[in-house]
Ligand binder design. Structure first.
Ligand code: CP
Ligand code: NVA
Length: 330
């Protein structure tokens, strides 16, 4: 586990004072405080508006990117983020075997920490990313596990902040599977004072322990978290309607059964009409068009999906800047 980080800001960047996150890894959304989120969003604003000021911010830094599962957005945005800040990224394809099979995870961590300044990992078991962080002295970033997708939630709430100016009091509804993306959105929404509603079919609810923590956090932030089963009821009055695939990576064998279970949870024009004329549509992508969302919704002017994808780049640049700009002895 890397130790907490204090930062000097690059010459020419808009930020002047030293700023730090309270965490040295990003494993779950629960780990970030409200001030961490505010720091990340403010830095993302600066990086997005003046990327040239950060062109050498990670000069000489190396990032290892371990992927047990496929990726378009996460892989490309982390690699572009590193190279456009003067660093570089190395892609490690672990799709043919799970991490820990060829050699112990602690040995992977203890090798990588000798060569690189940070590790990004997309794994099946969430415990794999935690084990990497436990044994590596460099920062570890969760690039999606079966349980969490924190980088996605950061980009999504940054996107909503751009649209609405503020997040506290925002009404957002998630419709579909109580999965990794749902967990990350729910946990982050609860820190930000968002009024968050989740509608899932019976048996596909989010993890009850993550719900419990989010309910606690929502109380502290004056947000709210409501779980229900009726998608029409869930989206009433929502400013943003979010959905994700019905079968996540690793659940391919369940795809047909899930398609039946989720049929009433499709985000289509009828559901968006129930949300109201100004409701925006969100999806982490990849989307299964014709299943969880129709073409008419995802391709409509209400859809934020490509803004969300773009903001993965900007928010991850901020994250890498805050986590990687530190000496090995820090
Ligand atoms: N949203 C997202 O993480 O996309 P990828 O699976 O393509 O990385
Ligand atoms: N829930 C999806 C998200 C993909 C970005 C999955 O895990 O496959």
């Amino acid at each position: 586990m890397a130790s907490p980080v204090t930062l000097a800001v690059p010459r020419g960047a808009a930020t002047r004072q030293a700023e730090k996150l309270t965490v040295s890894d990003l494993l779950t959304d629960q780990d970030l405080t409200c001030s961490d989120l505010e720091l990340l969003f403010r830095l993302t604003d600066r990086i997005k508006s003046a990327p040239g000021s950060f062109a050498r911010a990670l000069a000489g830094k190396q990032l290892a990117m371990i992927f047990e599962k496929p990726s378009l957005r996460t892989r490309v945005t982390f690699e572009v983020a590193m190279t456009s800040m003067g660093g570089s990224a190395i892609y490690l394809d672990e799709s043919r075997q799970r991490l820990g099979e060829r050699e112990a995870i602690q040995d992977v961590a203890r090798n990588l920490e000798r060569w690189v300044d940070g590790i990004v990992a997309r794994t099946f078991a969430h415990s794999t990313v935690c084990a990497l962080a436990e044994h590596a002295s460099v920062p570890v970033i969760n690039a999606l596990t079966d349980r969490w997708h924190p980088c996605q939630a950061l980009a999504d709430f940054f996107t909503l902040r751009e649209r609405f100016g503020k997040l506290a009091g925002l009404r957002m509804s998630y419709v579909g599977d109580g999965n990794n993306v749902c967990h990350s959105l729910m946990a982050t929404a609860a820190k930000l004072g968002v009024q968050f509603t989740v509608a899932t079919p019976p048996g596909f609810e989010p993890n009850p322990e993550i719900v419990r923590v989010a309910q606690h956090d929502a109380q502290a932030s004056s947000g709210s978290l409501r779980l229900c089963q009726d998608p029409l009821e869930a989206v009433g009055g929502a400013q943003a309607v979010y959905t994700d695939v019905w079968a996540s990576m690793g659940q391919e064998a369940e795809a047909a059964a899930r398609e039946r279970a989720f049929a009433a949870y499709q985000v289509n024009e009828t559901l968006m009409a129930a949300a109201g004329p100004h409701a925006l549509f969100m999806h982490c992508l990849p989307a299964h068009r014709g299943q969880e969302v129709t073409d008419a919704v995802i391709d409509s002017p209400r859809s934020l999906v490509y803004d969300q994808a773009e903001n993965r780049l900007h928010v991850q640049k901020a994250l890498l800047f805050l986590l990687l700009r530190r000496g090995r002895s820090a």
